[in-house]
Structure formats: C-alpha cells, structure tokens
Design a binder for this molecule. Structure first.
Ligand SMILES: C[C@@]1(CC(=O)O)c2cc3[nH]c(cc4nc(cc5[nH]c(cc(n2)[C@H]1CCC(=O)O)[C@@](C)(CC(=O)O)[C@@H]5CCC(=O)O)C(CC(=O)O)=C4CCC(=O)O)c(CCC(=O)O)c3CC(=O)O
Ligand SMILES: NC(=O)C1=CN([C@@H]2O[C@H](COP(=O)(O)OP(=O)(O)OC[C@H]3O[C@@H](n4cnc5c(N)ncnc54)[C@H](O)[C@@H]3O)[C@@H](O)[C@H]2O)C=CC1
Length: 220
C-alpha cells in the first residue's frame, strides 16, 4: 500500500500536462489554473469549460489523442482519460522521465493524489482519505468550508502583516516566538477579525505584546 506525504507545491508558471478532456480533467485543470500553472491539455474532446479556457488563452489544447512524448518538459502530469490503458501508458512515460504523475482511475498507480481543498486567500485547507473515499474527503472539505468562511482570507492577511512586522521589530528569538504564538491564539484572533485597517502595525504589535504578557488589551 502506498504511503503519502502532504505538501504545498509552488506552481506559478510551471508547465503541467493534463491528458483527457472530461470532468475529471476539468477539475484538475481548474485547481492548476488557480495555482497559476501553465496548463496544456491533450484530448480529442473537451468539456465546454475546458474549451472556453482554451479559446480565451488560459490554457493550450492539443486536439488529438495523447502520446507518451507529450509528457516531456512537464513539471506534473495528470493521466485523466477514461481509458485505463492510455492512463497507464502516460504514467509509464512520465515515470521513465522522472516526472511525478497522477492517475485518475487508479490513485495507487500514481505518484501523488489531489486532496479536496478549500481556499480562503492564502489559507489552504486540504482533506484526503489517501484514496479510500474521495467523496468522503470532499464532504470533509465542505465541512471545513463552513467552519472557515470567506472572512478567513482577510484574517490571514492581517496575521501575515503582523508576523512580518514582528519579524522586523523583535530581534530576540524567544520573545518573537512567544509573540507569534500568541498572535494565533483565540484572544488575538478575535481582535484581528475585528481589525478594519484603522490601526497601524505598531498599535497592533502593542496589543499583541499585552496579550502575550497575559493582559487583555481591549478591557484595560
Ligand atoms: C485517488 C484519487 C486520485 C486523484 O484523482 O488524485 C482519486 C481517485 C478516484 N476518484 C474516484 C471517484 C470519485 N472522485 C470524486 C471526487 C474527487 N476525487 C478527488 C481526488 C481523488 N480521486 C484522489 C484521492 C483523493 C483523496 O482521498 O485524498 C478529489 C478529492 C479532488 C480532485 O479530484 O480535485 C475530488 C473531490 C473534489 C471536491 O469536491 O472538492 C468523486 C465524488 C464526486 O464526483 O462527487 C467520486 C465518485 C465517488 C467515489 O467513487 O468515491 C474514482 C473511481 C472512479 C470510477 O468509479 O471509475 C477514483 C479511482 C480510484 O478509486 O482510485
Ligand atoms: N480521480 C477522480 O477524481 C475521478 C476519477 N474518475 C476516473 O477518471 C476517468 C475519467 O473521468 P471523466 O473525466 O468523468 O471521463 P469522461 O468520459 O468525461 O472523459 C474522458 C476524456 O478522456 C479523453 N480521452 C479518451 N481517450 C484519450 C486519449 N487516447 N488521449 C487523450 N484523451 C483521451 C476523452 O476525449 C474525454 O475527454 C473515469 O473513467 C474514472 O475511471 C472518475 C471520477 C473521479
């Protein structure tokens, strides 16, 4: 049985190959485009959305059956046709060249799986059952989407600004770690959520120092 390691891959501008043009290829492509990848699809047919993305230049569509050599130069390959033999041949071609491949009809035959994800700006939540139940992973992602609504995008933006400021202002590593841990605690999060851009970073840092030292900045 395969064992899997979760990670976030940098995809901006990276060439990716998606083989197939059905619903599964469309879903994988959408995730890749969201991450800024440069996508090529190879398939005799494509869904209306994939066709539209090709027509508007968001991706390149090679309108033909796939060949093993199509994988050349790709950072990641997705074998997503409805023909298991074609998917297997693409997977072999990718592996021969050391390119990681995802196999839609048989997760275990590939090098990576695609989890169900929720994006809230820079916050990325992912759920996976390691292939045991994709619909279950999808359900957990929907639950996460309810718990972590769209407002989390600006919360994470605020947190990022504060963290960058703390890193430039607080030289002592122990003190910095204490502040940054406090910045993710309930009390701080409640304040960042209410923050509407009116307070400057020095003021936010002062609030954070008070929280880290056990005082409630708002009630004092
Ligand atoms: C192994 C993996 C390989 C990979 O594709 O990476 C894989 C494989 C297979 N999926 C199959 C079926 C379905 N897949 C979905 C949905 C999703 N599948 C996704 C990922 C993965 N699917 C990887 C493991 C993910 C993990 O566990 O972490 C999601 C999470 C992400 C995405 O695709 O973007 C996306 C949800 C997106 C979202 O909602 O957020 C649904 C639900 C639906 O359609 O409503 C069904 C029908 C119900 C069912 O079968 O459970 C089949 C059988 C095909 C057949 O019967 O012929 C195989 C083949 C096999 O069994 O290996
Ligand atoms: N991993 C996942 O998330 C899921 C995987 N699946 C599996 O993925 C397969 C594909 O699913 P769908 O996209 O719904 O199928 P689909 O039938 O909608 O699309 C298949 C696509 O493959 C293309 N194709 C066929 N032969 C080709 C070739 N030689 N070269 C290039 N393209 C070729 C077709 O033109 C078509 O666009 C299913 O057969 C199923 O086994 C199904 C559901 C979810």
């Amino acid at each position: 049985m395969a064992q899997w390691y979760p990670l976030l891959l940098r995809m901006d501008g990276r060439p990716c190959l998606v083989v197939g043009g059905g619903e599964v290829a469309e879903r994988k492509t959408e995730g890749l485009l969201d991450a800024g990848a440069s996508v090529t699809i190879v398939s005799p047919a494509a869904t209306p959305r994939l066709s539209e993305w090709a027509a508007t230049g968001r991706l390149r569509w090679l309108v033909r059956q796939a060949a093993g050599t199509d994988v050349e130069g790709a950072t990641l390959v997705f074998a997503a046709t409805d023909d298991p033999d074609v998917n297997r041949a693409i997977a072999d071609a990718a592996r021969e060249r050391g390119i990681p491949v995802n196999v839609a009809d048989d997760g275990e035959a590939g090098d990576f799986l695609v989890p169900a994800t929720v994006r809230r700006g820079e916050l990325i939540l992912a759920a996976s059952a390691s292939g045991a139940g994709p619909a279950f992973a999808s359900r957990i992602a929907r639950e996460l989407a309810t718990s972590y609504g769209p407002d989390y995008a600006s919360l994470v933006d605020t947190l990022k600004e504060i963290r960058q400021f703390v890193k430039t202002q607080v030289i002592d590593a122990t003190e910095r770690r204490k502040l940054l841990r406090a910045a993710s605690g309930d009390e701080a999060i409640a304040i960042w959520r209410k923050h509407n851009g009116e307070m400057g970073l020095p003021q936010l840092l002062e609030i954070l120092r008070q929280i880290a030292n056990g005082h409630n900045a708002e009630t004092e």
